[in-house]
Design a protein around this ligand. Structure first.
Ligand code: ADP
Ligand code: MG
Length: 725
């Protein structure tokens, strides 16, 4: 079924019906003009003479336009055909419809809506509409229809369910009370109003009869329900095409309103221009709604002021095809009320309604329908493929697919295809799998590129720095080798000199004995410090290069270290350092020993103190058990213990002072050693740079004199000689 977004925009159609005059009634002056197509006009003339109490031939005329005017002779069938039938057709098509009768009491509202009780031909709109609708439903086999009816009476803002079958109501209050409920979408729901299903005309008419009976019985001269209450008979139709999930709902309200008479009978004359107040308050609110709707750009419509306007909200300016019948009792006495009714009708005629096709999809029906469709498609698929399908792929099939995808992705042949057969499940799985793979690689790519870009800049800088460093290092290595070569040359010379010296005398050993320092002051002697001093003089005159160890990140190259070792050995103060080391070791050992001894003495003192306390306790106990004068005298044992403590304390003090002195000496020695070490390093640095400069000069000289190549064999010899030494 296609869903037609049909909407009908239409003003409320307003008809007029003039009630036949009663026997004793005197007709008012009015005329109906049917020639003014498409509308008819009703002219009411008010005779002036009656108003002023004297003869006045001047007459006042009021003209009103209606869709159609049904005069006194108009029969029910005609009224139905022209007023109700078009509305009933719309309702059958799925639109909401409303027909309401408005007029003063006794003007023929009930007669028009429900009908006269005496003759069959006097049947009103409700029974005729029911008859018509069921006729149409029977004729139409293309849809499945369901019909329900409800009958609501509103009296004094209270709703009553007239179709309650349990009650033989004697009072209106005995009927179930109907209340209004508003859902979040602001739709009105009537709680407690029974919806009685009527499968045919007879059932529906029986329900109408039940409702009318309840309505009549409930009426007492006291409550005057028929004149002061509103009765809304509603036919609910839902239709659905077989097999479709779309349902159409429509409602037809057939409304018999309360009498529209006003508070003061104005009689005739001047009061006609000012409108008197409604007796019925809800009709007053109805008028308010009508006025509000007639105004342009009015956003708030006071529907909620009364139950009747709430129930009829859609009928007034909403989703509904609405028709009004203004019933007129046109006898002389009711001229003014008739004019009021007509005035009201003119306002109502301005209201535009927007009726939409009330279609909705029943989810339950939709599910059933879709399930059926799926099963049919499955069956069809099974027939075509010859295979039974379950909704999920087996583990085996999934593994197969994984393999297929893998080989496909690895295949570099541009013509390679991934063929999984005509199976949507497999095709879908492949796409999901590939998507997962893509996402995964995207993530790792992103991570990688992020990582690279992060490090790129740093790397660039670091790379340049590294290159610079390596270049420098290379230069240093070059220098190192050359310096070492030079050193070895010197060593060789020294070794030769030593041989000569050995041959001459044993002077070297004497020098060694002399330079053995016992303490710091001794190590300061000029002979052992000569080279240090010499280096110092040197450093002041030579521009110092940054120290190699610092350049290479705190680490001396191996060659440089070797050179440093040789340098250390070569310089006399290495002995001093070594001696200081030994001395420091000795002092440490001494301090440790002294510390232990101090502890011992302290323990001894504590022990002696304990003995004295013990002695005190013994003596006190003895004094209690056998008091004697002897106990009051000095205890020789205690005296002896005290003397011992004094002695121990003395030695403790001496040892402590000695330890203090040792500590100072140790700290001093440590500082000294640190100083010497630093000095040596600096000297080495100076020497190293010096050598480097010298080498550079030698290099340039070497180009002019190639003799120096002979250095190498000697160097090898001498190094062998040194290592065996
Ligand atoms: P209302 O419901 O507006 O108070 P009713 O429908 O009860 O008025 O009518 C009052 C009386 O007039 C009733 O007895 C009714 O049968 C009679 N009547 C109303 N309209 C017509 C009509 N068009 N033809 C014949 N009798 C009518
Ligand atoms: Mg009535």
């Amino acid at each position: 079924a296609t869903r037609a977004a049909a909407m009908v925009k239409e003003t409320i159609r307003v008809y007029a019906r003039v009630k036949p005059l009663g026997r004793r009634q005197q007709a008012g002056i009015y005329s109906v003009d049917d020639d003014e197509k498409p509308l008819s006009s009703l002219e009411i003339i008010v005779p002036r003479d009656l108003a002023d109490g004297f003869i006045n031939n001047k007459r006042e005329s009021y003209k009103f336009k209606f869709q159609k005017i049904f005069d006194q002779e108009a029969k029910q069938d005609v009224v139905f055909d022209s007023i109700a039938k078009p509305v009933a057709e719309c309702v059958l098509a799925g639109y909401n419809g409303t027909i309401f009768a408005y007029g003063q009491t006794g003007s023929g509202k009930t007669f028009t809506i429900t009908g006269g009780a005496e003759r069959y031909s006097d049947r009103g709109i409700i029974p005729r509409t029911l008859s018509y609708i069921f006729d149409q439903l029977q004729k139409d086999n293309s849809k499945v229809y369901t019909t329900h009816v409800s009958y609501l009476e509103i009296y004094n803002e209270c709703g009553y369910d007239l179709l309650d079958p349990r009650h033989e109501a004697s009072r209106l209050e005995d009927l179930p009370k109907v209340t209004i409920m508003e859902d979040p979408d602001q739709n009105i729901h009537l709680k407690n109003l029974s919806l009685q299903q009527a499968t045919n005309e007879e059932e529906a008419l029986n329900l109408l009869f039940l409702g009318d009976t309840n309505r009549m019985i409930a009426e007492t001269p006291m409550n005057q329900a028929s004149t002061r209450s509103h009765c809304i008979f509603t036919i609910h139709i839902s239709s659905k095409e077989p097999g479709s999930a779309t349902i159409r709902h429509s409602k037809l309200h057939l409304v018999d309103l309360a009498g529209s008479e006003r508070v003061a009978k104005t009689g005739v004359g001047g009061h006609l221009l000012t409108e008197a107040k409604y007796i019925n308050l809800s009709l007053h609110y109805l008028e308010q709604v009508i006025i509000a709707l007639a105004e342009k750009n009015r956003s708030h419509i006071p529907y909620r002021n009364s139950m009747m306007t709430s129930v009829l909200r859609d009928s007034l300016g909403g989703n509904c095809m609405t028709t009004m019948i203004a019933t007129l009792s046109i006898d002389k006495r009711n001229i003014d009320e008739s004019i009021s009714t007509c005035r009201f009708a003119q306002r109502v005629a301005l209201i535009k309604n927007e009726a939409v096709l009330n279609e909705e999809i029943d989810p339950r029906l939709m599910i059933v329908q879709l399930q059926k469709e799926i099963q049919e498609l499955k069956d069809e698929l099974e027939l075509v493929t010859g295979k039974q399908r379950t909704s999920e792929l087996s583990q085996e099939e999934l593994l197969q697919l994984d393999e297929l995808i893998e080989t496909f992705l690895k295949d570099n042949d541009p013509d390679s295809t991934l063929d999984v057969g005509a199976d949507m499940r497999k095709i879908k799985y492949c796409f999901i799998h590939v998507k997962q793979l893509m996402n995964h690689s995207k993530i790792s790519d992103k991570k990688l590129s992020q990582h690279i870009s992060d490090e790129k800049d740093a790397n660039k800088e670091a790379g340049e720095e590294e290159l610079k460093k390596l270049k420098e290092l290379l230069q240093q290595r070059d220098n190192e080798i050359n310096i070492l070569v030079n050193m070895l040359k010197k060593e060789k010379k020294k070794a030769q000199d030593a041989l000569l010296q050995l041959n001459a005398a044993s002077a070297g050993s004497k020098v060694l004995e002399q330079s053995l320092p016992v303490n710091f002051e001794e190590s300061q002697n000029p002979s052992s410090c000569f080279s240090l001093k010499e280096a110092k003089d040197f450093s002041s005159s030579v521009h110092r290069l940054p120290f190699i160890s610092r350049q290479t990140g705190g680490k001396m190259s191996l060659g440089c270290q070797e050179a440093f070792e040789v340098f250390k050995q070569e310089h006399a103060d290495s002995i001093t350092i070594e001696d200081n080391k030994q001395l420091l070791k000795q002092r440490f050992a001494e301090a440790k020993c002294l510390g232990e001894k101090l502890n011992e003495v302290r323990n001894k003192i504590n022990h002696l103190k304990g003995e004295i306390t013990q002695r005190h306790i013994q003596r006190a106990a003895l004094a209690v058990s056998s008091p004697s004068e002897e106990l009051n005298t000095l205890d020789p044992v205690e005296e002896k213990l005290r003397k011992q403590i004094e002695e121990e304390k003395k030695s403790y003090k001496t040892m402590f002072n000695r330890l203090k002195g040792l500590k100072v000496e140790i700290e001093h020695l440590q500082l000294l050693m640190e100083k010497v070490k630093m000095k040596l390093q600096k000297d080495f640095e100076v020497w190293w740079s010096e050598e480097a400069i010298n080498l550079q000069q030698e290099k340039s000289e070497m180009i002019s004199s190639p003799n120096t190549t002979t250095v190498y064999p000697q160097f090898i010899k001498s190094s062998q000689h040194l290592s065996t030494n």
